[in-house]
Design a binder for this molecule. Sequence first.
Ligand SMILES: [Zn+2]
Length: 233
Amino acid sequence: MPYSKQLKERYLMSDLLEKREREINTASEFSWTPKTKLGVLVSEGKIKNIEEIFSSGKPIKEVGIVDALIPTLEDKVLEIASVQRMTKNNRRQKFRVTVVVGDRAGHVGVGVGKDVEVRPAIDTAIRIAKKNIISIKLGCGSWECNCGTPHTLPLTMKTKVGSSQIILKPAPRGVGIVAADTMRSVLELAGVKDVWTYSRGRTRDIYNVAMATQKALKAINEIKNVDAVKALL
Ligand SMILES: [Zn+2]
């Protein structure tokens, strides 16, 4: 078993993560003091939907905004990798944690955090994942299905991050998420019900595969007229 996998299992098994989960579940009950103008508008209830922020194009600089607008966000640790850095006199060990957050209803974000300890690395990764959150466009782009309900993706998308290449393809109703662990977690938390996936290159690079999956979902969302693009394909 590779060392990183051993570590991942050891930490996933430990009650550390359970404890964290409990803390996260109660975190939304605590008050939040916004620091940006956007944050103030959200805390005053003047912005009620995260889509308003996405369409304005303003960057989300506060995690509190995401917590306030998507209170049902779940997070999942995809990988706890041990990375070593050589300094003049010694070796320094750091943990690199990759996390996905999502509401299973059209919002997802991937983030990575590094620290000498696992727990702060997880916290950082979750914060970054929340700031990276995107809205995804669901539809029925499966010619076998053509039901018109938003259970899969509207079209096929191919992306690459580093040397990890992935393809997401619309699937008919009932197929489920046909994917290996990393892509499955991202797609599940994003709220995609049925999808076929393919991957090439370094498919074991969890961070790159997770980022590529988010990138593909983002690219689909950014296509203005899906039907026109589909007609060209
Ligand atoms: Zn369908």
